[in-house]
Design a protein around this ligand. Structure first.
Ligand code: DP6
Length: 329
């Protein structure tokens, strides 16, 4: 094997992924719905995989152990198996650094597993092409499949039991549309539940889970058309609908899954008030209390200033569309 380094940027879903299909083995990690995302500039994971005397994982310069390290090493095993090499996987040193806003509680699994997949594949001299590597990244974390490209990306749900058609592909490149995403950091409370366990609970108990799955393809088709037309109000309407439908499905789970805090709703209402004043921002939010706001480049700074003034808001980051990942051997 060789030593390889990959850089992958994180992404935010505009049409959401929540829920998994049954699969065998379970770690195929097959989403029940497709999703559509924007890869973000600057916010990224940089990961090196190198030969070493024993397996180890360092995250942000610190040695990691327990389930975090185990997930990373299991993913190396998957990449090694996919590469079809004979014999046991060579022992590796993995070093990863996340460049994400400090203490933002933003998930690093999307950029993290994308960078790990690319670095490991290059280190193991395995080059099946980015679509197949996207399907492999998905097994680490569903959202990671989308971080294999910059710009706007779609992850198909797929229908094959082995998941080989469940991978992402680029819809529009980074340069296609100079939109901005504001990441509005609100106060945090105890995390409701991790997304993997939360998805299972929603599937098992939420009466809205079936309708959520059944209506997702129509949202994807409409979002893709709005994106191609660079139609911000139409795309904004779809992304808000997908977000609220997902959170309704979560909240109707038993016990309920509520990621929002008071400040989350205060920000959402502030965005809607400002929209009535002509500042066109559209909200989405994930498995946490923060709010993300999609808007045009020429309104981003003004919107950020206004949202920083909302009580309970700690910080607002303004981020543009991000690039494709890079790999160096
Ligand atoms: C709410 O990709 O973190 O952010 O596949 O179980 O690792 P696993 O889940 P993950 O889920 C992301 C859920 C979401 C919506 C989205 O990013 O599409």
């Amino acid at each position: 094997m060789k030593s390889a380094r990959a850089v992958a940027h994180t992404n935010i879903a505009l049409v959401k992924y929540w829920g998994k299909r049954e699969s065998s083995p379970a770690d195929l990690n097959l989403p029940a719905v497709g999703s559509l995302s924007l890869t973000l500039d600057r916010l990224r994971s940089e990961t090196t995989v190198a030969p070493a005397d024993q397996d180890s994982f360092h995250l942000n310069q610190e040695p990691a152990s327990g389930e975090v390290a185990a997930k990373v090493l299991r993913h190396l095993d998957r990449v090694w198996q996919a590469a079809g090499h004979a014999g046991a996987r060579p022992t590796c040193e993995v070093r990863s650094h996340n460049y994400l806003p400090t203490a933002a509680g933003l998930a690093s699994s999307a950029s993290g597993f994308a960078a790990l997949t690319l670095a490991a594949a290059a280190a193991f001299e395995y080059d099946p092409g980015r679509p197949a590597l996207s399907a492999l990244a998905r097994r680490g974390s569903g959202s990671a499949a989308r971080s294999l490209w910059g710009g706007f990306v779609r992850l198909d749900r797929g229908v094959l039991p082995d998941g080989s058609d469940c991978r992402a592909y680029p819809l529009q490149p980074q340069s296609f549309w100079d939109v901005r995403l504001l990441i509005v950091h609100t106060e945090k409370g105890p995390k409701a539940i991790g997304s993997t366990a939360g998805m299972q609970r929603s599937r098992d108990t939420s009466p809205y889970y079936g309708p959520w799955v059944d209506t997702s393809e129509a949202d994807l088709a409409a979002a893709e058309a709005a994106l191609a037309a660079r139609d911000l109000p139409v795309l904004g309407d779809i992304l808000e609908h997908s977000c609220f439908k997902m959170h309704a499905c979560m909240m109707a789970s038993r016990p309920p899954i509520v990621y929002w805090r008071g400040a989350t709703l205060d920000v959402i209402h502030a965005v809607w008030r400002l929209r009535a004043e002509g500042l066109r921002g559209y909200v989405t939010s994930d498995a946490g209390p923060h709010v993300k706001v999609l808007c045009a480049e020429d309104q981003a700074e003004e919107l950020a200033v206004r949202l920083r003034a909302v009580p309970g808001v700690h910080a607002v980051d303004v981020v543009g569309p991000g690039p494709d990942p890079t790999v160096e051997v």
